[in-house]
Ligand binder design. Structure first.
Ligand SMILES: *Cc1c(COP(=O)(O)O)cnc(C)c1O
Length: 241
């Protein structure tokens, strides 16, 4: 087993650091899967904010085929340089008036945090003759600084959004308070399973997006099947988002 890689500032990360980081992440996920007795799959999403295209392309050459985008403007300037094989998901805070720029360029939107946003996504998707896959973002720690549905609002919101013709609810996404994964990921797993069981139209949900560089192994323990990794792969960012 390789030793824990040193995480450098993103600007100083060399390609071989990215390779070592990814190897380590894959090992940690495999171990967590094993411990949890899971035999399904966990996808590793490379979160690309502030990362140069050559580093993203290098990660793609190592088998990364899922990219997570936070910022509309940055994404529009970069995406044409990505591999055609990569699936792109939008994961950042999204204003209604920006939906039109990304609607035909991403496969899934993880950060649906209001009914109004879901309505706009649906409207824009239908105008392009498509149905957008979405995740409902849950503010599981009820933090004032974060968007997302509270656990108590979730079912009612899902019922309304489920009726929109231009979106398909594929599952849930969350960013728990830092260092509190062990406390909040089990709640998310429960919410996800409950919603699947309770809402007939949502029984086909298949995506639980949770876990970032600091807590992805814990998230895997509680059923996450997309982990979103930025700094753990590319090095830490000099500014935070
Ligand atoms: C930045 C970001 C990540 C990745 O964070 P790291 O801690 O750098 O791995 C994951 N999800 C979202 C929504 C993000 O904005």
């Amino acid at each position: 087993m390789s030793k824990v890689p040193e995480i450098k500032p993103a600007a100083d990360t060399a390609l071989q650091d990215i390779r070592a980081n990814l190897e380590f992440i894959r090992e940690q996920i495999a171990k967590a899967m094993d411990k949890a007795g899971r035999s399904d799959t966990v996808r590793i999403m490379a979160v690309t904010k502030t990362v140069e295209v050559d580093k993203i392309n290098y990660a793609e050459s190592l088998g990364i085929d899922l990219l997570g985008e936070n910022r509309v403007q940055e994404f529009l300037g970069k995406y044409e340089n990505y591999s055609e094989n990569s699936e792109i998901h939008f994961i950042g805070g999204l204003q209604n008036n920006k939906v039109k720029y990304i609607i035909d360029k991403v496969r899934m939107i993880h950060s649906v945090d209001s009914i109004k946003l879901a309505e706009e996504i649906s409207r824009r998707a239908l105008s392009k003759n498509l149905v957008m896959d979405i995740l409902l973002e849950v503010n599981i720690g009820n933090e004032l600084s974060k968007g997302g549905f509270s656990d108590t609002e979730l079912t009612e919101a899902a019922k309304v959004i489920e009726e929109l013709q231009g979106v398909r609810i594929r599952g849930l996404m969350t960013i728990p308070p830092p260092f509190e994964g062990e406390r909040y990921f089990p709640c998310m797993q429960e919410l996800y399973e409950e919603l699947k069981a309770k809402e007939k139209g949502l029984s086909g949900m298949d995506t639980l997006s949770m876990g970032m560089s600091g807590d992805y192994a814990t998230a895997v323990k509680y059923g996450s099947n997309i982990v979103r990794i930025g700094s753990g792969l590319f090095g830490y960012r000099s500014y935070i988002k």
